[in-house]
Design a protein around this ligand. Structure first.
Ligand SMILES: NC(=O)c1ccc[n+]([C@@H]2O[C@H](COP(=O)([O-])OP(=O)(O)OC[C@H]3O[C@@H](n4cnc5c(N)ncnc54)[C@H](O)[C@@H]3O)[C@@H](O)[C@H]2O)c1
Ligand SMILES: N[C@@H](CCO)C(=O)O
Ligand code: NA
Length: 431
């Protein structure tokens, strides 16, 4: 058995407390797997006096000092950018490996952290940052490194999936379900990160960076959350045998002249109930990866919560510790392709538009004309009588998102349109 691998843990909340529990309870088994004991050198918490359940001699309120002390690996489970960014840079520059679940930090400063890790030969692992327990980043970075990934699409935020699933199945309200998600430990410290799509956008940036060997930041990702989704949207989806999910969609876009770019977006999407993602309920996550040679792969599992996320953290910690014992580091990530990011307006999407229109001759012609003006082709129209108004639902073929937006704006101004009830993008073919 080699000398102990000394670990500093920063933060001991929902995820950190599960990591500590497993490190203590499974210490012998983990030592056998690593070939050296994993020794907790210290645990930084904001208020040591508030943690009677933790070994008192390990606690400190000074995370910076702990990072500078004699440790081999820093496990960061605090979250947010500052002051964490400085601590992790210090650790990496001094050759200490870092394991983190901090998608907010990675989606903004991933390049800086990765370069610091490369310069000192330390490991930077962050499997917990995307899709919780699901092994997804290591497969992208290592298993699929020889393939050409075309698309990564899926549900990557447990809190919003929990809320949308409840709205769809029980008709539960948005606010009460968010409270429940917070109680269960799924939501971020500021739940706006979840419901406004920031968390999913950060994850999309990380996924796009790894999948396309480029640097995509959260600011590059088109982001729409679920705060605007209401019962009308859910009902409009049901009418077409669809459901609403918040999806992260990262695509390699190949132009006619062969030049490539990346499209990365997060927004609510209507998908057919027969779609595999439609059956992903609660805080579960599921991600499709489409690669040229591998074809379609699907990753599914618990995307949030203390114990599942701790599994991903411990997997990374074991990997970093094994590398220490072997005297090397794990595979690095590559960003050599440096593909540019395509603006959302140019990204091809499909819309589902639900309208309340006057029931008189010529209405459909006026609406169809608005689509034609913007060169948007209609895939399906359904009309439903309802007293003096008719509910009209239009589903389009693929068109640039900006053209679809402009069409909806023009339709909203037509006298014959009483109300634009719901507008949402659609994915997947109806069976
Ligand atoms: N909860 C999940 O399901 C989940 C899943 C994947 C990733 N993550 C990520 O893991 C990280 C931790 O999430 P969490 O849910 O455990 O959060 P949490 O809020 O439960 O825990 C964070 C802890 O850090 C402590 N802390 C804050 N500032 C500190 C400081 N200066 N020094 C020491 N400790 C400090 C807080 O007191 C708190 O106990 C975040 O980056 C989060 O995005 C969480
Ligand atoms: N708040 C996040 C935690 C997991 O990253 C979610 O709900 O998915
Ligand atoms: Na993961």
């Amino acid at each position: 058995m080699s000398d102990p691998v000394r670990v500093a843990l920063l933060g001991c909340g929902t995820v950190g407390s599960e990591v500590v529990r497993r490190l203590i309870e499974d210490s012998e088994e983990l030592a056998a797997r690593v070939g050296a004991p994993i020794e907790i050198a210290g645990i930084a918490v904001r208020r040591p006096d508030k943690h009677p359940e933790l070994p008192q001699h390990l606690l400190t309120a000074d995370a910076g000092e702990l990072v500078e002390s004699d440790v081999d690996v820093v496990v960061e489970l605090i979250g947010g950018i500052d002051p964490v960014r400085g601590w992790l840079l210090t650790a990496l520059r001094k050759g200490k490996s870092v394991v983190t679940g901090n998608k907010a930090l990675l989606s903004e400063y991933g390049a800086e952290l990765s370069e610091a890790a490369d310069a000192s030969g330390a490991d930077l692992y962050y499997e917990a940052a995307v899709a919780g327990a699901i092994p997804l980043l290591r497969p992208l970075r290592e298993s699929l490194a020889g393939d050409r990934i075309m698309r990564v699409m899926g549900i990557v935020n447990g809190t919003t999936n929990f809320i949308l699933s409840a709205m769809d199945s029980t008709g539960a309200g948005y606010a009460e379900t968010l409270d429940e998600a917070t109680r269960l430990g799924y939501a971020e410290a500021d739940p706006s990160a979840d419901v406004d799509g920031y968390d999913a956008a950060a994850k999309a940036a990380i996924l796009a960076s790894l999948a396309f060997h480029s640097r995509v930041t959260a600011a590059d990702v088109h982001r729409e959350g679920i705060a605007g989704i209401n019962a009308s949207d859910i009902a409009a989806a049901k009418l077409f045998n669809r459901t609403v999910k918040l999806l992260a969609i990262c695509e390699r876009v190949v132009a006619d002249d062969g030049t490539e770019s990346v499209s990365a977006r997060v927004h609510p999407v209507m998908i057919p109930r027969s779609h595999q993602l439609a059956g992903v309920g609660g805080a579960f996550n599921a991600v499709y990866v489409e690669a040229e040679a591998a074809g379609e792969l699907m990753f599914y599992g618990q995307g949030a919560g203390g114990a599942p996320t701790a599994s991903a953290v411990l997997g990374d910690l074991v990997a970093a510790a094994r590398n220490r014992v072997a005297g090397g580091r794990g595979p690095r990530e590559s960003a050599h392709a440096a593909l540019p990011v395509r603006p959302m307006g140019q990204t091809p999407t499909r819309y589902h538009v639900s309208l309340d229109v006057a029931d008189r001759p010529g209405v459909l012609a006026q609406i169809a004309q608005a689509f034609a003006v913007h060169d948007v082709s209609i895939a399906a129209v359904r009309q439903r009588d309802r007293l003096s108004t008719a509910s009209l639902v239009i589903v389009t073929h693929l068109a640039p998102d900006a053209a679809l937006r402009a069409t909806v704006e023009q339709i909203g101004k037509l006298d014959v349109v009483r109300e634009v009830v719901s507008v949402m993008r659609v994915e997947g073919e109806d069976s």
